[in-house]
Design a protein around this ligand. Structure first.
Ligand code: C5P
Length: 219
């Protein structure tokens, strides 16, 4: 089968993880959730009592991290220093803290290098995050920015979290995190050559189909 690397970026609540995973299945490709890597190192730093404001300590922890992430789209699993954190990294306290690690440029450089290595190990892979189309894999065969209106993103994240959050809590989690992340990576506007797919008015199946068409048109 032909080699293919697909890069997909987007803000939180754009549906990029579920859409990228399904696209990977249909392309018979591996799947890399780079956000999970940022979440895992954040979880570990918090667990170890590392001061997230101490950039040097965070960088050292990220460099030393023994990180394993499944690239099988049907097996969601991530471990750090042997601890399975697959579920723990989705906790709100991790979402609230992750930008502190993601805005540390040395920590980013380390994770970017590891992400490139994982991508290079696979003949066929769909990798998603915030800087895949621009930094991690700017030479990918297909590059897509998956966007959605603020309203659609808040609604989806609210549903994902079981509808228990207030509007203010959701805004803090989704919009405030995106605002912080945007200080170091641009995932709001498509870079040159990156195709934008706006999923605001599309359901899941339509979004997957549109993304697959955009991949086919580029690769
Ligand atoms: O995609 P997800 O919401 O799980 O990502 C969690 C966090 O990881 C983001 O809010 C961002 O801070 C960081 N991230 C990043 N670059 C990526 C993927 C995620 O900075 N490529």
């Amino acid at each position: 089968m032909q080699r293919i690397t697909v890069a997909i970026d987007g803000p939180s609540g754009s549906g990029k993880s579920s859409v990228s995973k399904e696209a990977a299945r249909r392309l018979n490709a591996a799947y890399l959730d780079t956000g999970a890597m940022y979440r895992a190192v954040t979880w570990h730093a918090l667990d170890a009592g590392t001061d997230l404001a101490d950039a040097a300590a965070v960088t050292a922890a990220v460099k030393a991290a023994e990180l394993f992430i499944s690239t099988d789209p049907d097996v969601e699993r991530i471990t750090i220093h042997g601890t399975d954190v697959t579920e723990a990294i989705r906790e709100p306290f991790v979402s609230a803290a992750v930008s502190a690690v993601a805005t540390n440029l040395q920590a980013r450089a380390e994770l970017v290098a590891r992400q490139r290595a994982i991508i290079n190990e696979h003949e066929r892979i769909v990798a998603e995050g915030r800087d895949i189309t621009t930094v991690v894999a700017p030479d990918a065969d297909a590059r897509i920015l998956l966007t959605a209106s603020e309203e659609a993103r808040l609604r989806r994240r609210g549903l994902q979290l079981g509808g228990t959050q207030s509007a203010a809590e959701l805004e803090a989690q989704v919009l405030a995190r995106d605002a912080k992340d945007s200080t170091v990576v641009n995932f709001q506007v498509a870079a040159d050559g990156v195709v934008t797919v706006d999923s605001s008015e599309l359901d899941f199946e339509q979004t997957v189909a549109t993304v697959l068409e955009a991949i086919k048109a580029q690769a």
